[in-house]
Design a protein around this ligand. Structure first.
Ligand code: ATP
Ligand code: MG
Length: 585
């Protein structure tokens, strides 16, 4: 596990520190530039924590800018969700939300400037021809027939483009750089294309749209961004980034710095594929608790603190790699440990009837340990316990009754070696927060499965150790009459890793789905059919009273969250957040 304090020295921070010390910049401005074409995922969390994080750390600013140059893939719904996600993570952007589309007028003027400088031309080749003629891998490039048109011709043609004279693919504006440049991105990249599409911000004003590689550096420059931080796949785009900013003539050009993308095992970090999961209906939506989207992780019960801690721990570098999912869980668990209230929930209920209940609790007041808080009311012993062992979360009352549920796995007729819970041989155990219980008899069904236990409690053991013997083990329980039935969702990874599926498995699925595209096939072969298990549990009343989104540790089980969409006091619904220990099954 990397030490947080050393991560404070990641190379981006070092660059910023140097730039501030040398006086290159007095203050810094970064930006987070999502395209609103899907919901943000855990990879974006890393970028958000980095961009907003360094701005905050160095008393700078961070803009939220939608890179909305591709209207056919974008939607207002995505804009809204992205804003909500950034805020939920605990960050605030400088000033108004920004949009590349708000700069479309400027970007258009600069395109005309480039044409006038002889730095751009309109090309009538088809998209295929442009690709083909770019050359590469030993193939020489071929110049466009329009490459050497006059400035006036180009101005007129670009005007025609803007005025809707061309269909999509009939004309593009290209930067005029070098058709033999060793970097393919410098071989006269396309900077404007025709797109007869409605835009979520600019409506029907435009039928030409700037390309991302052109709009992005100029948007950065317009906003006086000092450090434009992006992922490594843009490294090869940097020469064009610098070219365009220089040609347009910005005095203090922004500088682009690249870091490696976040990859996590069993986790998709591609909006495109996540969108496919939603479209195929293999998840309930972008906010399905199994999704690595911010919306999904929020519903899963992950906290902003946990996610920020994770990003701090994994650090920022240029090295590619895959971070272990358990490292994410480590941070999430840590963030919950000191805040999540405790509660008892029985996930696989086994009924226990306490024969001597009424006699045993009748004298609770004189027999209990002094510090134990309890009250007897109409045959129910209400036990008061803190909601959290240290945190100031208040108290809860737990009803203890003649019939209770314990977990099926806490009683074994033939226990494995080292088993510390109940069995016919080891018939006594401490009920958490309550008495010592002794199993007198177990009742099985015709298949030999245990259906019910008949037990007694030792009346002197409420808060006190039993006399003359040691009782090992503590188990959790819930009142059978006062507990509340609850839907509990247990999770496994949503996706298999490549090495977890056999060729045979893949071929089978291929044979059953002969006509699907590659992305769909990928989803079908990688989806874990057991990624969610829905069980009928019973929870103590204080858990049913949870607020939506409230997090708990179900003792001896896992951390759970009251589902923010479906949970009600009458019909409680809980999602498993993370196990109590690493590798918890
Ligand atoms: P996707 O491939 O999922 O669509 P993207 O890079 O196209 O991701 P953008 O909306 O363009 O999505 O991303 C906004 C910012 O988030 C960019 O600066 C991008 O570099 C960064 N980002 C995206 N994915 C990751 C990742 N896995 N790790 C770190 N940063 C990421
Ligand atoms: Mg992108």
């Amino acid at each position: 596990m990397s030490d947080i304090s050393t991560e404070k020295n990641n190379f981006i921070r070092q660059i910023i520190r140097d730039d501030l010390t040398s006086g290159k910049h007095d203050s810094i401005i970064t930006r987070f530039p999502p395209e609103p074409n899907g919901y943000l995922h855990i990879g974006h969390v890393k970028s958000i924590c980095l961009n907003f994080g360094v701005a905050k750390e160095f008393n700078g600013l961070c803009n939220l800018r939608f890179d909305d140059t591709n209207p056919t893939a974008e939607k207002q719904d995505y804009v809204d969700s992205i804003k909500a996600d950034v805020e939920w993570l605990g960050f605030s952007w400088a000033g108004q939300v920004r949009y590349a589309s708000h700069y479309f007028d400027k970007l258009y003027e600069w395109a005309i400037q480039l044409i006038k400088q002889g730095d751009a031309y309109v090309d009538f080749q088809t998209p295929d021809e442009i690709r083909e003629h770019r050359g590469g891998f030993g193939k020489p490039s071929v110049e466009s027939p329009q490459r050497n048109a006059t400035i006036d011709e180009n101005l007129a043609r670009f005007d025609d483009m803007k005025n809707g004279k061309y269909q999509e693919g009939e004309a593009v504006l290209r930067a005029k750089i070098d058709m033999n440049h060793p970097n393919m991105n410098m071989r006269d990249p396309v900077i404007y294309r025709v797109l007869h599409a409605h835009h979520h911000q600019t409506g029907d004003k435009w039928c030409i749209y700037p390309m991302y590689d052109y709009a992005h550096p100029l948007s950065d420059a317009t906003e006086n961004i000092t450090h434009s931080i992006c992922t490594l796949e843009f490294e090869d785009h940097r020469p064009f980034y610098d070219w365009v900013v220089e040609k347009v003539g910005f005095d203090v050009p922004p500088r682009q710095y690249e870091f490696s993308r976040l990859n996590i095992d069993h986790t998709l970090t591609s909006k495109r594929k996540l969108k496919r999961l939603v479209e195929m209906g293999v998840v309930s939506g972008w906010d399905d608790p199994r999704m690595p989207t911010i919306a999904g992780m929020r519903r899963r019960g992950y906290t902003p603190e946990g996610l920020r801690d994770f990003c701090e721990r994994i650090g920022v570098s240029k090295a590619d790699g895959v971070v272990s999912f358990s490292q994410l869980e480590f941070s999430i668990r840590n963030a919950l440990e000191n805040s999540a209230s405790r509660g008892m929930a029985v996930l696989r209920p086994l009924k226990v009837t306490i024969k001597n209940f009424d006699e045993a609790v009748a004298n609770f007041a004189t027999l209990k340990k002094d510090s134990v808080k309890a009250r007897l009311d109409d045959g129910v012993l209400w036990l008061t316990q803190p909601k959290h062992p240290h945190a100031d979360n208040g108290e809860r009352e737990i009803p203890f009754t003649k019939t209770i549920y314990i977990d099926k796995s806490d009683f074994e007729i033939t226990p494995p070696d080292g088993y510390k819970r109940l069995s016919p041989e080891n018939s006594e155990i401490r009920l958490r927060n309550s008495y010592v219980l002794k199993v007198e008899e177990h009742i099985c069904d015709e298949r030999g499965e245990v259906m019910e236990l008949i037990a007694t409690i030792d009346e002197k053991t409420l808060g006190n150790n039993p006399e003359g013997r040691k009782v090992k083990g503590v188990i959790h329980w819930v009142s059978a009459t006062h507990g509340v039935p609850a839907t509990v969702r247990l999770y496994e990874h949503l996706l298999f890793e490549d090495d977890e599926i056999s060729e045979e498995y893949i071929n089978n699925i291929k044979a059953q789905n002969p006509d699907v595209d590659d992305d769909t096939l990928w989803v079908l072969t990688h989806i874990n059919p057991n990624s969610v298990q829905i069980i009928n549990a019973v929870v103590e009343p204080s858990l049913a009273q949870a607020n939506p989104d409230e997090k708990f540790q179900f003792e001896r089980e896992s951390y759970f969250v009251a589902d923010r969409v479906e949970h009600t006091a009458d019909k409680p619904v809980f999602n498993q957040i993370v196990g109590l220990k690493d590798g918890f099954k």
